[in-house]
Design a protein. Sequence first.
Lengths: 250, 283
Amino acid sequence: MNRIEVENLNGYFDDAHILKDINIKIPNNSVTALIGPSGCGKSTFIRTLNRMNDLISGFRHDGAVYLDGADIYDPKIDVVDLRKRIGMVFQKPNPFPKSIFDNVAYGLKVHGITEKDIIKERVEESLKAAALWDEVKEKLDKSAMGLSGGQQQRLCIARTIAIEPEVILMDEPCSALDPISTTKIEDLIHKLKNDYTIIIVTHNMQQATRVSKHTSFFLHGEIVESNLTERMFLEPEDKRTEDYITGRFG
Amino acid sequence: MPFKIISPKNAQRIMKSVFWASGIITVIILIIIIGYILLKGIPAINLEFLLANPSDSGRSGGIAPMIVSSLYVTLVAGIVATPLGVGAAIYLSEYASENRIVKFIRFGTETLASIPSIVFGLFGLSFFVIFLGMGWSLLSGGLVLALMALPTIFQVAEVSIEAVPRSYREGSLALGSTKWETIYRVVLPAAIPGITTGIILGMARAISEAAAILFVVGSALSMPISIFDPGRPLPLHLFVLASEGISMDNAYGTAAVLVILLLIITVLTNTLVEKYQKKMMGR
């Protein structure tokens, strides 16, 4: 089963053509990695999936993105509802300047959950699922800004899973973190893939091999090659993929 | 190669002293002014001065009605100017795209900020007092002061809202909140310290203004019951006492009360803002 199917997607920023004829199928409950050099369009692409690019003036697109068979750019689709179903974790940890508890409870409150007991329960569950509970359970009322970068990123993941999305987009979630925090996030991704469809943009090819089942290689706004991660790194079909993963450029 | 008269190391030393001196001189000027006012004014201040009505045009008695008048006009100014200024700042920084109208609004507020206060007073007289029929009242005065405080509140609020990192907004929107929820739950709480500073700066301008209210509040010496009564805020009382040679001692006393009032407001809000920031940022 495919959770997301993208058909002939083109993206433009003013006159620049930055996503070229993207076709990709993202399977259910597994991790798909998007790799490629800086500026190849992978971040722009991932942001079309939860329509974050709508916020950027000058961005337009054509083609279709289907989530469970429904086009997310259909005028009948409610963006707010879409973003509840497709969560996102950003490159730089971006907790709100609120308490740890309020950060995780934020999405729940926004989506109309008011019973304190339910919120409390969901906050705890989410923090546990994000492997952060033991580190913060004593200081839930302290500001999230006092956490380390790695903890902040796991908090952002907890915040995202609290609203129970179907898909989690991760835009280079470890690029601002130290190796130990990176390992923790990767372990977490392994755990989460049983329940969520995860798409991760990464600079780091080792990371792609460690966490993902499928990989797509982006170059100059195109997908050069999509394949099982194992296969792609062992025997790339395209010469450009081979050049990139063997470190000849990028 | 050009010949260097001063070595970089010495230039660094010299410039550091220049900046240090500028800082010190600024503080000294402040201390001298406040110290002088307090020194000359405090002898006039006692319980009667604070709690009694003035008698003999202010030669004796107290300034209680003036303190109340000042609080009334400042309160009216704050209640009117804060939602307008903050609202306009939210609109311009969050909703409006950069276009001619936005530029015009910004230009307008900058101009509003630079209009002499006596001109505001004249406008207030013809618009609030006469045209709207509010008469000489603390309400008219408060509304004129609201106009004066408006650009300050707007400008500071806009800068503080724009200083809220984009990543906060994106994080909130990505969780499926609407734009308004994002503004209300994330952007404004993060901008509150700056917005508060703007409001206080605007209020400070309002509470210390004499020229703007000269023509609009009347000049009653009696205790105002409501904002519809005429009154005489502290700066105006000070102006009358000094310019008409009624009592220099009481003029200094009034000035000292005004300065102390301002200090209390500033220190109190600074403490509150710092406490809030500490809680928010976990430092």
